[in-house]
Design a protein around this ligand. Structure first.
Ligand SMILES: [Zn+2]
Length: 443
């Protein structure tokens, strides 16, 4: 309602009251007595009594309106003050996070500490402060910050998951599992928590439960690429569980099941072939490796086939390697055959294979090594020593392996890399993506 209209209405009301009072005085000239109970009685002209009662009503109403406005004002003032305090804490938090991002960790931590002091219920500030303290190597203090935040905010899944990270970093894996479990119970649909819980349980050696959580994560992932990654993680866990089990028919069955679902899971192929070899089933091992080499003749498969051929010195094993080499493209399989033939004492056949290999710079150390082994078989010790020396001073590690994910180089093949990838190692000389100089620098 506009001010002008309100004034007009108030004026009209006053006029009506004045007219009504005048009319009452005119029509009721006599006096009246109004009994007030224990307060006695009020004696006066009737219109004056009516007008008095009316004015008391108006005054009471105005008083009530005034009181209500006053209370509202007090509340609004307190709200405004709280809002300003929150805004100041938020500014501190944002500035603290900005400092962290720009690498000024101690300054960022100090600002975030002030932000958390002002607003202990700010989850973002508590998480950022914990991160800052962790960067400064103060894991215990970081854990205390999250513990205090939990006391104020309750067991929020994000808070619990971060606590699990810090507990794991402090090698307190049991507590980390518990925190992660609690977070999971509050948010059972989270693929992240399912994956974390599976990883923590596997690290504790509780593979059965870990595999179950990893399996549930596949269904929980919303998009196809992440579902694929979850499936790989599930297979990897099953592989680790099989590796942790003792050799035996049951364990070989576990590897077999993994391969039935993912034929190209190289670590499982190698582990199964190795177990079969150890159990005396060399033919079975050769079959597994032969199948793997036909799909993709990667270095470790050729290495294992060559090892069997060398150990048994049997023509059958050499023949299987020869079959694989005949079908496989590139010079690397030929080198493995030449090496196996040399180890079997067939120097001429080995030299013939080697002569068919293009001794490019990428393969030079491997070629020198095999030439040295052939010379040794022929009893040419000086020539063998010369070749071995050249192989050792070549541009890279002969028959060395490199992780395709992080570039780490090892002399022998490994099923897993420190970067977390499984089956990522392949021969340096078989990876055209890496220059020889780069491989040499990482050696
Ligand atoms: Zn790696």
């Amino acid at each position: 309602m506009s001010g002008r209209l309100r004034t007009l209405l108030a004026g009209l009301l006053l006029l009506a009251v004045a007219a009504l009072t005048g009319l009452l005085f005119h029509d009721n000239p006599g006096r009246a007595a109004l009994s007030m109970g224990p307060l006695g009685s009020l004696d006066g002209p009737l219109p004056a009594i009516v007008l008095g009662a009316f004015l008391i009503g108006v005054f009471s109403t105005l008083l009530l309106i005034g009181l209500r406005r006053l209370t509202r004002g007090a509340f609004a003032f307190r709200g405004e003050r709280r809002h300003r305090r929150h805004e100041a804490a938020q500014r501190l938090r944002d500035e603290g996070i900005e400092r962290l991002w720009s690498g000024q960790t101690p300054a960022g931590a100090r600002l975030l500490e002030r932000a958390v002091e002002r607003r202990p219920d700010d989850l973002e500030a508590a998480l950022a402060l914990a991160d800052a303290l962790l960067q400064l190597g103060e894991n215990e203090r970081a854990q205390r910050v999250l513990h205090d935040a939990q006391a104020v905010l309750g067991p929020l899944p994000r808070l619990l998951a971060r606590r699990a990270d810090l507990q794991e970093a402090a090698s307190n894996r049991g507590a980390a599992v518990e925190s992660c479990r609690e977070a999971f119970h509050r948010l059972p649909s989270s693929p992240h928590l399912l994956g974390r819980l599976a990883g923590l349980l596997a690290a504790e050696g509780q593979f059965e439960e870990a595999i179950e959580f990893a399996r549930r994560r596949i269904a929980a992932e919303p998009v196809a690429p992440r579902r694929q990654a979850a499936r790989e993680a599930w297979l990897t866990l099953r592989y680790r569980a099989a590796c942790a089990a003792p050799d035996g028919a049951e364990t070989r069955q576990l590897f077999g099941k993994i391969l039935a679902e993912s034929q190209s899971f190289l670590p499982a192929q190698i582990a199964l072939a190795d177990q079969m070899s150890r159990a005396g089933d060399r033919r079975g091992a050769e079959r597994i490796l032969g199948d793997a080499a036909r799909r993709e003749p990667v270095g470790i498969v050729l290495e294992r086939l060559r090892k069997i051929a060398t150990e048994t010195s049997s023509d059958a094993a050499c023949k299987r390697l020869r079959d694989v080499v005949a079908r496989a493209p590139g010079p690397v399989p030929k080198l493995f055959l030449a090496r196996a033939l040399a180890a079997a004492g067939q120097a001429d056949a080995a030299a013939e294979q080697l002569s068919g290999v293009d001794a490019s710079e990428a393969l030079a150390p491997e070629c020198e090594l095999v030439a040295g082994e052939i010379a040794k078989v022929r009893g040419l010790e000086t020539a063998a020593a010369m070749h071995f020396q050249r192989a050792a001073t070549g541009p890279h590690l002969a028959f060395g392996y490199r992780c395709g994910s992080c570039g780490r180089i090892e002399a022998d093949w490994r099923d897993a890399c420190g970067c977390g990838r499984f089956g990522s190692y392949d021969l340096i000389c078989a990876s055209p993506s890496t220059s020889v100089a780069e491989a040499s620098a990482r050696r």
